[in-house]
Ligand binder design. Structure first.
Ligand code: FEO
Length: 206
């Protein structure tokens, strides 16, 4: 049997740019004077890839933060507040995966980083939700910076993908601000806190 690596009958493997044997019968394949060779080329700029990887880390930190808040509320016997945080943490993981899948789909590299430990104790519900509102404002600023970079890089698919996040952040900030406002009105009235706890327990079921 002829050595398939012999010179005759070879042709270009266009994806890797290396030579592979021809499988055609009846001798070597005709030479193509202008073979198309696709070189490995990132579909997304390094700067944008790094910034999206950073954003994945921020979304995963958000998930960690809300999971910690869920545990705090569970320990305070406020299962509705805890439920709201569990739904929120699950949404944050989905945000991270949306960015993760975007990098994969664009032939880019996902580089996961260490996630910082979140706080685990607060002075009360108003402090927790004030932190949620402040955290979401920071995430919004980060998404806007990412969008600015996508504009600068003229990366149109990234712009479209990030527009979803821009709208999502409007919702995230709005819902956190509403709960902060409710808690400020309620102050420490136990029956009103329990009513709010009941309302928050319905998140995801309406
Ligand atoms: Fe994914 Fe709440 O930001």
């Amino acid at each position: 049997m002829r050595d398939l690596n012999q010179k005759k009958g070879r042709k270009r493997n266009v994806s890797a740019g290396t030579e592979v044997p021809s499988l055609s019968k009846g001798g070597p394949a005709p030479k193509n004077k202008n073979p198309i060779i696709y070189k490995e080329k990132p579909m997304i700029s390094k700067a944008l890839q790094d910034a999206i990887n950073d954003q994945i880390n921020k979304e995963l930190y958000s998930s960690y933060l809300y999971l910690s808040m869920a545990a705090y509320f569970q320990n305070k016997s406020l299962p509705g507040f805890a439920h709201w945080m569990r739904v929120q943490e699950s949404e944050e993981r989905a945000h991270a995966m949306k960015l993760y899948d975007f990098l994969i789909d664009r032939g880019s590299r996902v580089a996961l980083k260490a996630i910082d430990a979140p706080p685990s104790n607060w002075k009360g519900s108003p402090e927790v939700f004030t932190e949620v509102a402040a955290h979401e404002a920071k995430v919004t600023a980060s998404i806007h910076a990412l969008y600015e970079l996508a504009l600068k890089e003229k990366d149109y698919p990234a712009q479209v993908m990030l527009q979803w996040f821009i709208s999502e952040q409007v919702e995230e900030e709005k819902s956190a601000a509403e709960i902060v406002a409710s808690l400020n009105m309620i102050e420490s009235h136990a029956s009103a806190i329990l009513q709010l706890d009941h309302r928050l327990s319905k998140r995801g079921s309406d």
